[in-house]
Ligand binder design. Structure first.
Ligand code: AN7
Length: 365
């Protein structure tokens, strides 16, 4: 049978029954692409670095894994409205899967609450075009999360943030896929940490899929310096970072993340916005691998950890590239030394001059 998404593929590890209407957009099965030049840049001998391209999910981020589960269970339980707070990707995923619910003939409305001015354009446009009601609040993600938590406790509307345990269940399948593909766990898993749902989910996945007497990865999580509550063990009231997806000051899964870190003998640290943007550029320009800026946080973390001697020779690393490169075109354009509004005449002679080409015959035409 053709591929039908993560719930079909990993049913026996997930809380679904024959009565669960499976709402899928064929999420999952994302590739592991080797990043040879990032590996070289670490200076660590024999290091293998693979990037899991979660941006190739249906709405362009890893959130689709959790959303297929959360929305399927919401439909099973008879919900007709879903709501989430989001820095962007969760809202795109919620909007996409709500649309799919309607396509299956059920009633479903979706509402997303996002911080005004701090959601990358690609994500905002997705939530809108999939037909979600988009509410932009003058506050940050943490404010938005508090609002949706209180609404869902008191009104008939299902919360699909990662506080919803089904989200974590779906997202743990990323770990299953890595083990299936590599034949074993990598030595290290590097990933960005915002609300800390994903680090929680991956660790749960490795624990459930890999017997205790076999290798499980060390979880290496990285936050943006201006939004690094877990690293600094304090809430950030005014989180700030270019990596808007992880601009979060009070992560919902804080405790679970700490448990994943200690159980896996892992590591949590922060990287600066400059380090994130450098890693973002390096991935694109040296390895041909795309992701959104926040997703490069794990790779920036790998370069930092390698420098600190925390990555042994001959180990295998997987970096989770959480979101698609097209999510945030404005940051991409700002990072290169080109003027997007500069134009030239549509004339070959002019273009030859611009490119500085020498004619093959040596004769200038
Ligand atoms: C690209 O969409 O929190 O640590 O509301 O979009 O599981 O929160 C997004 C988070 C990493 C952090 N990379 O994951 C949201 C939201 C990207 C993201 C994270 C997010 P978590």
């Amino acid at each position: 049978m053709h591929y039908q998404g993560i719930i079909h593929r990993y049913k026996k590890y997930l809380p679904v029954t024959d009565a669960t209407p499976i709402v899928s957009l064929c999420e999952g099965r994302t590739p592991l692409v080797e990043a040879m030049n990032i590996a070289k840049l670490t200076g660590v001998k024999g290091l293998k670095v693979f990037c899991k391209i979660e941006g190739l999910n249906p709405s362009g981020s890893f959130k689709d894994r959790g959303m297929t589960m959360a929305v399927s269970k919401a439909v099973e339980e008879g919900a007709k409205k879903i709501i989430c707070a989001s820095t962007g990707n969760t809202s795109a995923a919620a909007a996409a899967y709500a649309s799919r619910v309607r396509a299956m003939g059920y009633e479903m409305e979706s509402f997303v609450i996002i911080p005004a001015g701090y959601v990358a354009l690609g994500k905002l446009s997705q939530a809108m075009i999939y037909g979600s009601k988009v509410i932009q609040v003058r506050g940050n993600f943490d404010d938005a999360l508090n609002i949706v938590k209180s609404l869902s406790e008191n009104y008939p509307i299902e919360l699909v943030n990662s506080l919803n345990p089904y989200r974590i269940e779906g997202q743990k399948t990323g770990a299953f896929e890595i083990v299936d593909e590599l034949g074993e766990s990598p030595d290290y898993l590097f990933l960005p940490v915002g609300n800390a749902g994903n680090i929680t989910a991956y660790w749960k996945g490795f624990k459930e899929y890999v017997p205790e007497n076999q290798k499980r990865p060390h979880m290496y999580g990285f936050q943006a310096e201006g939004a690094s509550p877990i690293v600094n063990k304090r809430v950030f009231d005014k989180p700030e970072t270019i990596a808007t997806a992880i601009r979060i000051g009070n992560p919902a899964s804080w405790e679970q993340a700490n448990r994943a870190l200690s159980e896996s003998n892992g590591h949590i640290d922060s990287v600066t916005d400059r380090e994130i943007l450098d890693a973002y550029k390096l991935l694109h320009q040296m390895d041909g691998i795309a992701c959104e800026p926040s997703s490069a946080t794990g790779v920036a973390g790998l370069l930092k950890a390698a420098k600190q001697g925390l990555v042994p020779e001959n180990s295998t690393v997987v970096c989770i590239l959480t979101g698609n490169g097209l999510k945030d075109p404005s940051t991409a354009i700002k990072e290169v030394d080109m003027d997007e509004n500069e134009t030239y005449p549509a004339d070959a002679a002019e273009i030859i001059k611009v490119l500085g080409l020498q004619s093959l015959s040596g004769v200038v035409s």
